[in-house]
Design a protein around this ligand. Structure first.
Ligand code: ASP
Length: 349
């Protein structure tokens, strides 16, 4: 009888233990379908008004929702990436499309790139000033030309010929970005910091867009029902940029990379460092050659960028639905949607 009692207790324990383990497994194996970022930088709660925080949260949520709808309807990861980025490009809060930062000459020069993890096809545009949604132009380059990258007027003509919407300079204008350019120029001329902490506090300025000359870029990585990955990035680049400066965002391997065998990657941050690190491709290489998880690979690349003197963030998603979102700044606008449609949005560390 005693023996039977012992066996029963033991079995109950084993059952309890295994149910705990399986619960953990379920939690750990959450499959993410879409991950997005809206830029990394000096984003601190003390600089953020509740209204701005809500506006950012709503915009990120809308982008995730739009992308998820594509995947749910059986469309491709490329469709999801494009749809999510379009929402962020159309929102003046982010440094992409409408709301892009200004160049030294007071123009908005936009860069974008997209990559298909299944075929390793890619498309990019740089320095376009009249295309409403540069990510659509990047996709057109990928799908409708034999090239990977087009710049300036040529890219604009190609995009128009292939049905991309155009927009006037007035469409891209936002007062906040314009003021940011004026302050940055003032800083350059006088050698004095453009913003004092009290100035920022007094104005209750919303972190990223006012404190940093760069950042606010948008990006997305998606995994569709066919098991294919896609990644894309879109940006206005860096405030006060000159001489046709192009950052990492439209550079395949720099700001964007995607391979079904490893992961999809989109970067944001000080572009010069991301180019020199070949950041997005390095994440993929660490996964492929060092057998790292997306999380380990992204962490290592962010650490290496930090050691070089750069800053920013990286998002990544692999073919099993594992996600990584890392940054070495005080915040990064970011979010995920899982296979059940559950949306999570985060801003601070
Ligand atoms: N990486 C972009 C660039 O350097 C800026 C950003 O991520 O916001 O152009």
């Amino acid at each position: 009888m005693k023996k039977l009692f012992k066996i029963i207790i033991l079995s109950v324990n084993v059952l309890l233990l295994s149910s705990c383990n399986s619960h953990k497994d379920v939690q750990d194996s959450t499959k993410y379908m879409l991950v997005i970022h809206g830029g990394a930088g000096t984003i601190e709660k003390k600089f953020m008004t509740p209204e701005k925080e809500e506006a950012y949260t709503l915009a990120l949520t809308a982008a995730l929702q739009k992308g998820y709808e594509q995947i749910k309807a059986g469309k491709t990861s490329l469709d999801a990436v494009e749809a999510a980025i379009n929402v962020l490009e159309d929102c003046p809060l982010f440094n992409a499309g409408r709301g892009a930062v200004f160049t030294h000459d007071g123009k908005n020069e936009l860069d974008a790139s997209i990559m298909d993890g299944k075929t390793l096809k890619a498309g990019a545009v740089a320095g376009v000033t009249t295309i409403k949604n540069p990510i659509n132009a990047a996709r057109a380059v990928m799908e409708k030309s034999t090239h990977v990258m087009m710049i300036g007027r040529g890219a604009e003509l190609f995009a128009m010929e292939n049905g991309c919407d155009t927009a006037s300079a007035a469409y891209f204008f936002t007062q906040e970005r314009w003021d940011q350019l004026q302050r940055t120029k003032r800083e350059e001329e006088t050698g004095r910091a453009a913003y004092t902490e009290s100035e920022i506090r007094a104005n209750r300025i919303a972190g990223i867009s006012e404190l940093d000359k760069k950042f606010g870029t948008v990006g997305a990585v998606a995994l569709d029902k066919m098991g294919n990955l896609a990644a894309g990035t879109s940006t206005g680049g860096m405030t006060n940029k000159r001489y046709g400066r192009v950052g990492d965002s439209p550079i395949i391997g720099g700001g964007t990379y995607c391979n079904n065998q490893t992961a999809g990657i989109s970067c944001t941050g000080w572009g010069e460092f991301y180019i020199r690190e070949v950041a997005a491709h390095r994440v993929s290489s660490l996964i492929e050659l060092k057998k790292m998880s997306v999380e380990q690979a992204v962490k290592q690349v962010i650490d290496e960028i930090g050691k070089m003197g750069g800053d920013g963030g990286i998002i990544s998603l692999d073919k099993s639905g594992n996600v990584a979102m890392e940054f070495n700044t005080s915040g990064m606008y970011r979010g995920t949607v899982d296979e059940h449609g559950k949306i999570s949005v985060h801003i601070y560390k």
